[in-house]
Design a protein around this ligand. Structure first.
Ligand code: FAD
Length: 498
């Protein structure tokens, strides 16, 4: 067969470019010539340090050892995100990666908890989840048969470096240079009319290819600037459009969760690594200036800054097509959802896996392309709804920003979920969406949505039985966590064991 894609060109070498290069070279490299072009002069976005547990799937696929990745990227463990001042000032809750309570065939754990709460025998919902209790207590370990759902805080530029070495060892090649032009096939009678033919560098070098992956970040050099696929703007639902990032010295004992602290016109992240802390402010420029946001961030950090604060501008939304002709957009080039739930690297990994599953032949069957676009849209829509929930369900009205969020219209899909939970206590996970029931419940309750009802099956349990059921789950989580070492002691021990 001579109709196969032979050469893949990856434009851009940020996290998206190097994750793509690592996966393609390891899993499909025998049959492909893979080239990555990046420009040191342009550099990368340089943020993106908090991850979610799905990253294990990617590492397993590549055969990477957890200790080795963590040591190479100064990583710590992450068990969830603490949302502070989101529902109202001086209130906080934790969205942990764990499962709440126990599964029941008829209804979710929240229904048992809701009845317990009404009777005054249940404590906070997080007490019924091991990861939640471990995060709060700052304890963590990986033990045989007792793994906790965890992710990492890591240095994104070291991660890209690590993946670059891995990808180069698997036979792909890197070209340094600035892309100055993108050439397209011009033959109106051919199926490949308008397909990308080659990248032309400032040096004059021409890089031909069969399949092009656009990892050029917000520039979207191929998918947008060349193929004009269009952008669906979501900024009316997610109005933040700017971020400021600054790093500070390490704290003595990094905590195993990200902090997300809401301010008057946005929110601040704190991401503890082994050797430093990543800080940033995400805000809406309609309500606060860059200078004021910088001042607000700098007056809310711990330790001395070790670099200058840097402003990043963005627009929230999604590319109308993520795969068009012979070009696939992965990473920031395909759209952007703010980092409130640390989902961008997850979306990169999903697109890479999807691309490998739907890898094209030379004919570029439209069915593959359509499927890729439909699945990407489904995932992005679901994550978008989950993020909007944090802004919409708030009691805050102390600033113009929060009043806007409280009053804004929301997608019907999210409205349905909120109303259903409010009325019935039920949450359903649709298909292959990222956030499971435990995530939705923790955030809904954390943001102050308390269901009016619980499932009637809970009433078939005697009161003593319910008391003992709740007590058993809570004490099992507490006992498990008591056996764990302090988080950072374990990080140091684990990273030395590479
Ligand atoms: P970039 O890092 O911008 O890389 C683009 C690449 O394209 C670079 O190598 C650049 O040199 C190259 N390039 C561009 N133009 C040219 C040209 N003309 N010629 C040659 N090369 C070119 N994600 C998470 O999962 N967790 C987080 O906590 C998180 N926090 C974030 C915070 C902020 C404020 C922002 C903005 C994003 C955050 N993200 C986070 C998203 C995450 O940073 C990105 O998904 C990730 O870094 C991937 O970026 P990228 O590789 O697509 O783009």
């Amino acid at each position: 067969m001579d109709n196969k894609i032979k050469k893949v060109v990856i434009a851009g070498g940020g996290t998206a470019g190097w994750m793509t290069a690592a996966a393609l070279s390891k899993l499909m490299g025998k049959h492909l010539d893979i080239v990555l072009v990046e420009s040191d002069e342009i550099g990368t976005v340089g943020v993106g340090e908090a991850t979610i547990p799905t990253l294990h799937i990617f590492h397993r696929l590549l055969g990477l050892k957890e200790q080795e990745v963590m040591a190479a990227t100064n990583a710590t463990f992450k068990l969830g995100i603490s949302f502070e001042n989101w529902k109202e000032l001086n209130q906080s809750y934790l969205h942990s990666f764990g499962f709440l309570g126990k599964d029941c065939w008829a209804c979710g754990f929240q229904h048992f908890w809701l009845k317990g709460k009404k009777q005054g025998i249940a404590s906070e919902i997080g007490d019924y989840c091991t990861e939640h209790v471990a995060a709060r207590e700052g304890r963590f370990a990986i033990l045989p048969n007792q793994d906790q759902n965890h992710a990492y805080h890591m240095d994104a530029s070291l991660y890209a470096k690590y993946l670059r070495k891995f990808a180069e060892q698997h036979g792909m090649s890197r070209i340094e240079g600035k892309i100055a032009d993108v050439l397209q096939h011009q033959d109106s009678k051919s199926n490949s009319n308008g397909h990308i033919k080659a990248l032309v560098l400032e040096s004059g070098q021409v890089i031909n290819g069969d399949l092009f992956i656009d990892c050029t970040g917000f520039k979207a050099l191929l998918i947008e600037q060349t193929l004009n696929t269009g952008f669906e703007d979501w900024s009316h639902w997610l109005p933040c459009d700017s971020a400021i990032a600054v790093q500070t010295e390490a704290t003595n004992s990094p905590i195993p969760y990200t902090r997300s602290i809401a301010h008057q016109s946005g929110w601040q992240w704190r991401i503890p690594l082994q050797n430093r802390t990543g800080n940033g402010m995400v805000f809406c420029s309609k309500f606060i200036s860059d200078d004021d946001a910088t001042q607000q961030l700098l007056s809310n950090i711990e330790g001395e800054p070790i670099n200058k604060p840097r402003v990043i501008k963005f627009k929230t939304g999604t590319r109308r097509l993520h795969w068009h002709k012979n070009c696939v957009a992965i990473g920031l080039s395909s759209g952007f959802l703010e980092p409130l739930e640390s989902t961008s690297i997850h979306l990169i990994q999903r697109s890479i896996i999807r691309l490998m599953q739907l890898f094209p032949t030379q004919e570029f069957a439209q069915q593959n392309t359509d499927e890729f676009n439909a699945q990407t849209k489904f995932e992005m829509d679901n994550i978008r709804d989950f993020i909007i929930l944090h802004y919409k369900a708030t009691n805050r009205d102390d600033s113009r920003f929060w009043r806007y969020c409280k009053e804004m219209s929301i997608p019907d899909s999210l409205r349905h979920r909120i109303e259903m939970f409010n009325e019935t206590g039920n949450i359903y996970k649709f298909g292959n969406e990222l956030f499971g029931e435990s995530s939705w419940i923790q955030v809904m309750i954390g943001q102050g949505i308390m269901p009016k009802e619980y499932h009637s099956i809970v009433d078939s349990m005697e009161d003593e039985e319910l008391t003992s059921f709740l007590h058993q789950i809570k004490s099992a989580a507490k006992r498990k966590v008591e056996t764990l070492p302090p988080h950072f002691d374990f990080v140091q021990h684990y990273c030395k064991s590479t």
